[in-house]
Design a protein around this ligand. Structure first.
Ligand code: SF4
Length: 364
């Protein structure tokens, strides 16, 4: 029998699994606690919990597992299976980890530091990617496979051993909506109050353009949405993003407009992040700016994340992609028009951890 990765299971799934092994379901809570609150990816469940002096729930978790039950659990399961292959620290403090999977593939996860004690975890959802965005190294060699829910969660748990996240973004390798089921399970597990207890409002899922799936995921989990727009009309977007042939430019924006209006009926706090990678001479002229302003005003509940393009030799558009110097100009004009905007500082470009550069040096 293949071993079960406990990180693939939600709390109810874990209870059923214990049941199938004839281990009392009462231990699900301590196993979950050990993994997600103690951040222990081992089977020293009893000693980890009893030694945890900070654990206010200690008394509630007094039902220690018998040696026999732990042995049965060990024989039938593992807690995670990623192995750290490489760790790099950028000049700006960004940390990139490369993990090896059970089938000898590699994935990357990044810790992005902000102001004091604030850290965003950027995690991967697939090995490679099928979307072939022309500016992205990850898309260059296609999709190898989806990550399991456990592999997605384990990235967060392993990075959490270094610092605690204040935000988690699904912006690493892969198109998260193409791995819908496992991405959803991972988000639900990270939210679960029995375990990691991380607010969905601090989790952002970015799509290249699979908008119906993104909206469905938001409805089902409460995450924040991000849309990688990168152009201001159908033709330009199709030149750099094949996904535009599946859902065209205007239809995508129209779906988002309807949903954002519905979502913000009461709270007005559910804004979409529009990511706009800026390329010299392609999407950075004044008419692009005007169209971007018009799009933002039309969608209303958005903010714009301007991203300086990280030049690399693996881009494969039908024209040369070059970094734009107009991010600050766009930023000012957007703000002048009362549109919230940010420039995404180029974190970790010296270690190929920045946007569009993941999987660099792993591709060949
Ligand atoms: S930008 Fe995102 S969706 Fe596009 S190829 Fe890269 S990883 Fe895939």
């Amino acid at each position: 029998m293949n071993k079960i990765n406990i990180l693939d299971l939600d709390f109810e799934g874990l209870k059923s699994f214990l049941n199938s092994l004839k281990i009392s379901q009462i231990h699900a809570k301590s196993i979950y606690y050990n993994i997600y609150k103690n951040n222990s990816l081992d089977f020293n469940i009893n000693s980890n919990i009893t030694n945890d002096k900070k654990n206010k729930d200690n008394n509630k978790l007094r039902n220690l597992m018998s040696k026999n039950d732990i042995e049965i659990l060990k024989q039938n399961s593992n807690i995670g299976n990623l192995v750290e292959n490489k760790s790099q620290v950028s000049k700006d403090g960004t940390i990139k980890k490369i993990f090896k999977t059970y089938d000898n593939q590699f994935i990357e996860s990044v810790i992005i530091p902000h102001t004091k004690d604030k850290y965003t975890f950027c995690i991967s959802s697939q090995i490679g990617c099928a979307m072939s965005c022309k500016f992205c190294v990850t898309g260059l060699h296609g999709l190898k496979r989806n990550l399991t829910a456990g592999e997605i969660i384990e990235q967060v748990l392993l990075l959490s051993k270094i610092v605690k996240p204040t935000a988690i973004v699904f912006m690493g390798q892969g198109e998260p909506i193409n791995n819908y089921k496992n991405v959803k399970i991972s988000i639900m597990n990270l939210k679960d109050h029995h375990g990691f207890n991380f607010s969905a409002k601090k989790i952002t899922v970015s799509t290249s353009g699979l908008i119906p799936g993104l909206i469905k995921l938001q409805k089902e989990t409460g995450i924040k949405m991000a849309y990688s727009l990168n152009a201001t009309n159908q033709n330009d977007r199709t030149r750099i993003m094949d996904v535009n042939k599946i859902i065209d430019f205007e239809s995508g924006l129209s779906l988002l407009k309807s949903y954002l209006t519905e979502l913000n009926k009461n709270s007005k706090r559910n804004k979409l992040m529009i990511e706009y990678v800026m390329f010299d001479g392609f999407n950075d002229n004044d008419s692009n700016l005007e169209k971007l302003i018009a799009i933002a005003k039309d969608l209303k509940y958005v903010f714009i994340n301007l991203i300086p393009y990280n030049e690399h030799e693996f881009a494969y558009a039908d024209f040369e992609l070059k970094k734009s110097e107009k991010c600050s100009y766009f930023f000012k004009k957007l703000m002048d028009n009362d549109i919230q905007a940010f420039i995404r500082y180029e974190h970790g470009s010296d270690i190929y951890a920045a946007c569009g550069m993941l999987k660099h040096k792993l591709v060949n």
